[in-house]
Write a protein that binds this ligand. Structure first.
Ligand SMILES: [Cu+2]
Length: 147
């Protein structure tokens, strides 16, 4: 087996392990005055991952439509929880919106709201990155050059 082929097999094995390891859990300490504006850009949630909100009274985790999220309206939440530990499983790509309904939505207005995107876009980037690596591997050179 050539060393390039060996490297390719090693790479594919690593990729398979990475796929199996899907299903990360993110924890959000959910509180009034928290700044969640950039949470989604700092935390890459992908399909299969979970987000756990931990909080105490009087906070809630309400899942809202995008419009309700923007206006902090809790007239028709998609779901609502006050248990203190709310687990959200991202089972498909898309953006989901969560906010705290306490104090007639004023916690939300103060910023206790977070949008989490479980992207198709990032997945495409990942696939493109993998393709680039495979292309690089296909160039006959020592694997040391990229290890
Ligand atoms: Cu709150």
């Amino acid at each position: 087996m050539s060393s390039t082929l060996k490297a390719l097999v090693a790479f594919m094995a690593m990729a398979a392990v990475a796929e199996l390891a899907a299903g990360k859990t993110f924890t959000i300490k959910w509180a009034a005055g928290g700044n969640y504006g950039d949470w989604s850009s700092k935390n890459t949630v992908t399909v299969g991952d979970s987000v756990v909100f931990t909080y105490g009274p009087p906070h809630t985790v309400d899942e809202l439509s995008e419009a309700d999220y923007k206006s902090c309206s809790f007239a028709g939440p998609l779901s609502s929880d006050i248990s203190g530990s709310t687990t959200v499983v991202f089972d498909k790509p898309g953006t989901r919106y969560f906010a705290c309904a306490a104090s007639v939505g004023s916690h939300c207005s103060m910023g206790q709201k977070v949008a989490s995107r479980s992207p198709t876009r990032r997945r495409r980037q990942r696939v493109a990155r993998r393709r680039r690596m495979v292309r690089r591997l296909a160039v006959p050179s020592s694997p040391r050059s990229w290890w």
